[in-house]
Design a protein around this ligand. Structure first.
Ligand SMILES: NC(=O)c1ccc[n+]([C@@H]2O[C@H](COP(=O)([O-])OP(=O)(O)OC[C@H]3O[C@@H](n4cnc5c(N)ncnc54)[C@H](O)[C@@H]3O)[C@@H](O)[C@H]2O)c1
Length: 257
């Protein structure tokens, strides 16, 4: 990265949802090293504060907001705080989702309230954040909306039907939003990570399933957060200016679109 690129980044504000842990935290740390100004948002205030402190060590301007992406009032309040703090949003990484705490089970055993909650957070939350942030992007006639889907959709991965259904919806949302926002200078793309190791333990990939997933990859190794962050950086940058409505699979060549 050249100094002039860093200077360009230093005016840009990136909003990262679900930044308290896992991939969201990794995006925060990576964007911080490249000079962006950061707004981190999550439900989990304690963990979020720790990530903001880590980012602060990189000497970057960073604010943290505790908010629920699935609650319209919470999102509106966050948007007002972001507007007051920065007066602009350039990049939204719509990353927060109900994911690592999910239990795998046959679809007939998914309780209706869990189904409803997963769809509400993962779909409606993604919509609410886009709806709240896009007006701030429109001001500068430039924006990058990056929605996090999952390669599990392309694989038809079983046993968390609410999750794969929600992440399929994110792809549809991405395509239609790309059409609506292209004329405003805003690109909208989806990133589809494969099963990625983070610092968070989870039950959605058992050790046996993990070995099977690795065996399915064209590049047969574990997927790490750094494998995903670079792709998100590209979609956030000027270099991706003519790319919109796309679903970029980052799964070591397990699935091909
Ligand atoms: N890690 C993977 O293997 C993988 C693979 C494909 C896709 N993804 C997607 O990447 C994203 C991040 O994955 P991860 O592994 O870091 O997940 P994670 O479960 O570890 O972290 C999700 C974060 O979102 C926050 N969150 C959940 N609901 C929220 C709400 N209503 N409002 C605000 N914050 C909320 C949580 O507090 C948490 O900090 C998710 O969208 C996930 O579906 C992950």
């Amino acid at each position: 990265m050249t100094d002039s690129q860093k200077v360009a980044n230093s005016t840009r504000v990136v909003v990262i949802t679900g930044a308290a842990q896992g991939l969201g935290r990794a995006y925060a740390l990576r964007f911080a090293t490249l000079g962006y100004r950061l707004l981190l948002l999550d439900l989990n205030g304690d963990a979020l504060a720790k990530v903001a402190e880590e980012v602060g060590k990189a000497d970057r301007e960073c604010r943290a907001i505790v908010a629920d992406i699935s609650d319209v009032h919470s999102v509106q309040g966050a948007a007002q705080q972001i507007d007051a703090a920065f007066g602009r949003v350039d990049i939204l990484i719509n990353n927060a989702a109900i994911f690592s705490q999910l239990k795998m089970r046959p679809f007939e055993e998914i309780p209706l309230d869990e189904w409803t909650r997963v769809l509400h957070v993962n779909i409606t939350g993604t919509f609410l954040m886009a709806r709240a942030m896009v007006p701030l992007m429109r001001r500068n006639g430039w924006g990058r909306l990056i929605n996090v889907s999952s390669a599990a959709v392309l694989m038809g991965r079983p046993h968390y039907l609410h999750y794969t259904t929600s992440k399929a919806a994110v792809i549809g949302m991405t395509r239609s939003l790309a059409r609506e926002l292209g004329p405003a200078g805003i690109t909208v793309n989806a990133v589809l990570p494969g099963a990625t190791d983070t610092e968070v333990a989870r039950e959605t990939v058992t050790p046996a399933q993990k070995a099977a997933l690795i065996a399915m990859r064209s590049i047969p190794r574990e997927e790490n957060v750094d494998d995903v962050t670079g792709v998100v950086l590209f979609l956030a940058s000027e270099e991706s200016r003519f790319v919109t409505g796309q679903s970029l699979s980052v799964d070591g060549g397990t699935t091909f679109l």
